[in-house]
Ligand binder design. Structure first.
Ligand SMILES: [Zn+2]
Length: 121
């Protein structure tokens, strides 16, 4: 791992900034916490493309978050269960058979759960 990636990795001691999954040393993404976007190959919000704004993320969180800000990403995840109930028949069956229990839990990201402080100790 090069020094730039190691500095990003060390921000969470190798956890996904969002879901908290332990990252393997290969395959993780450096996510722009404040989003950037590219239109016709040209970066929008280039001020967000700096090392202080890069956090380690698992590939799936980074891909789902895409160019969203954190509150839009939270909103998207908070609707996953609604979408499962609306769209996925086997999900509804599994729920009826008691295989799945919905918690109604609010979406909290790893970096919001005090995990950062725990990692620094
Ligand atoms: Zn993740």
């Amino acid at each position: 791992m090069n020094l730039k990636r190691k500095a990003i990795w060390d921000k969470s001691n190798g956890h996904c900034w969002y879901c908290g999954e332990e990252l393997s040393e290969r395959g993780w993404h450096a996510d722009h916490f404040l989003p950037v976007d590219r239109i016709d190959g040209k970066m929008t919000l280039p001020e967000n493309d700096n090392p202080d704004n890069l956090v380690p993320a698992c590939a799936s969180c980074n891909i789902i978050k895409s160019n969203m800000d954190i509150e839009t990403f939270r909103w998207l995840i908070s609707n996953f269960v609604k979408r499962l109930n609306r769209d996925i028949t086997v999900y509804r069956h599994a729920k009826r058979y008691g295989l799945i229990k919905e918690t109604g839990k609010e979406v909290k990201f790893w970096f919001e759960e005090g995990a950062l402080d725990a990692e620094k100790k």
